[in-house]
Write a protein that binds this ligand. Structure first.
Ligand code: GRF
Length: 200
């Protein structure tokens, strides 16, 4: 079993955190902490229920990305995190964070990337008239938002009459399953995640 310590970064509801937390025995490594960009995030209650230590790092008005990132890094370091799992984290990570955890940040996005990056992916999918959508787990790399090496995807049908909420709910179920599967593949073997990625 790998000894990777990973933390989940959240900003809101925390359903992906809940799925990861419930499956942490199967995922391997250690779910070592949760960092939230909002003190009001429902995810904090989920973390508490899981018995996982939390840190809240709320942005301060007028603060630059570098300064905010430095505070997030300090929170991650205080939890001794090796890997960062973004799950509904609503802040764009700056260079500082991307350098500190280079190659060790994963994100989930509720579309089949590279289609529909950024905000409102379900609305984008419905407006484009696609017949399938889904979700993507990818590495976070410098450059485009929601870019980076794709590690896994799940496809869901889009039905006539779907609205954003219906499509989001159908995709979310797959998100939970996909995130657990990708993290388990990364963390559960005896090899380091970097070795696992080399033959992904
Ligand atoms: C998920 O749809 C995730 O893909 C997106 O934000 C949402 C977070 O949901 N980035 P939750 O907080 O995990 O419930």
């Amino acid at each position: 079993m790998s000894s990777v310590r990973y933390g989940v970064l959240v900003s809101g509801r925390g359903s992906n955190l809940g799925a990861i937390g419930r499956a942490r025995g199967r995922i391997g490594g250690t779910l070592a902490g949760v960092v939230s960009s909002s003190a009001a995030a429902g995810a904090l209650g989920i973390a508490e229920g899981l018995g996982v230590p939390t840190r809240v790092v709320e942005p301060v008005r007028g603060e630059g990305r570098d300064t905010y990132d430095a505070r997030v890094i300090a929170a991650c370091e205080s939890l001794e995190l090796d890997w960062i799992v973004l799950a509904g984290w609503m802040r764009i990570l700056g260079d500082r964070m991307l350098e500190r955890y280079a190659g060790r940040i994963v994100n989930i996005h509720p579309s089949l990337l590279p289609a529909f990056p950024g905000l409102h992916p379900h609305r984008q999918a419905l407006e484009a008239g696609v017949c399938v959508s889904g979700c993507t787990v990818h590495l976070v790399e410098p450059g485009a938002v929601d870019g980076g090496r794709i590690l896994g995807q799940r496809v869901v049908p889009v039905f006539a009459g779907d609205d954003e909420a219906a499509l989001a709910a159908r995709v979310l179920t797959e998100e939970h399953d996909l995130y657990v599967a990708v993290l388990a593949r990364l963390f559960r073997s005896g090899a380091t995640p970097e070795q696992v990625l080399a033959r992904w």
